[in-house]
Design a protein around this ligand. Structure first.
Ligand SMILES: [Fe+2]
Length: 302
């Protein structure tokens, strides 16, 4: 029996208890999880103990996992998994370990962006490392009718790292190779996205990658995107999640924007300074919306 507990005094989000993802994952469980996600925008499945293989198997139920363009950060043997944190020496420069400490929506710079992201918590630092999540549906709903009418059919141009940043945001994790740059040319997405499952409207990805609006003068477009970003990240729309080891957080990336809270350089002798999350992002719909029978074959396999 899944227990869905809305997070107290938070703008949105729910903790999910009573789940062991090493057991058979039935269509009915997946329906409970997807319903909870679309109602609360972010869900935290508590107390999980997963191998990489089992985690990836679970991830595939949510859509098609996306091998990240930053291929140097993919996990050996598991190209669809990304290690996010500061546990590797190569991750310990500030621009890499804090490369997600800016408001963004995963893969918004790709033609087919992520529809969900999951982060499975392996190590938690004593300071920093939370994820702040803005509810972009609530942010859209709170706009006045005139603004909604103005923006409803606009298309935004996205390019990796091209969005305007606040003083306390870090730059996006740097692209390292010409090949990485070439794989993600600029693309357009609607500014207001209608959710493919719920039909609810959200502001979409007004952070890291948004830099222009089709048919709008450059300065006016940048000012509008900036205004909408500042609107969406107000405290009243934001939930900040502090991880516990074993948390599996899932974000509906079509109706949220998120930003990591910066972390310090890891100290090899002090476990409290280390952060490690395993990330999977997927595109497309969860399998139960495409092929309801297939999920029932997903049994524990580790
Ligand atoms: Fe992210």
């Amino acid at each position: 029996m899944v227990e869905v507990i809305p997070i107290q005094n938070a703008a949105h989000g729910a903790n999910l208890c009573g789940i062991d993802l090493n057991k058979t994952i039935t269509p009915s469980l997946m329906k409970s999880l997807t319903d909870a996600l679309y109602e609360h925008r972010v869900i935290i499945i508590k107390d999980q103990k997963l191998t990489k293989a089992r985690y990836l198997e679970f991830g595939r139920l949510w859509g098609t996992p996306i091998p990240h363009v930053l291929d140097h950060m993919r996990m050996p043997g598991y190209p669809e998994l990304l290690a996010v944190g500061n546990t590797e020496e190569k991750d310990n420069s500030s621009d890499i370990r804090n490369g997600a400490a800016l408001w963004h929506t995963d893969q918004s710079y790709e033609r087919q962006p992520a529809s969900a992201t999951m982060l499975y918590s392996i190590l938690v630092p004593s300071i920093g490392g939370q994820t702040k999540l803005a509810d972009m549906s609530a942010a859209y709903d709170a706009l006045d009718d005139k603004t909604k009418e103005k923006i409803d059919s606009l298309e935004v141009a996205h390019l990796y790292g091209a969005g305007k940043l606040l003083d306390d945001e870090f730059k996006a994790n740097p692209l390292k190779t010409r090949d990485q740059v070439n794989r993600i040319p600029s693309c357009y997405h609607p500014l207001v996205l209608r959710h493919p499952v719920t039909g609810r409207k959200s502001l979409y990805a007004t952070g890291q990658s948004s830099f222009a609006i089709r048919g709008m003068e450059e300065t006016e477009a940048r000012e509008l995107l900036w205004k909408l970003k500042l609107h969406a990240i107000q405290d009243r729309f934001v939930y900040s999640h502090s991880y516990e080891v074993g948390d599996l957080a899932i974000f509906d990336t079509l109706s949220t924007m998120h930003s990591a809270v910066p972390i310090e350089k890891a100290n090899a002798n002090d476990a409290r300074t280390k952060r490690l999350l395993w990330r999977i992002s997927v595109r497309g719909l969860p399998l139960i919306y495409k092929n309801p029978g297939k999920v029932s074959k997903t049994n524990a396999s580790n």
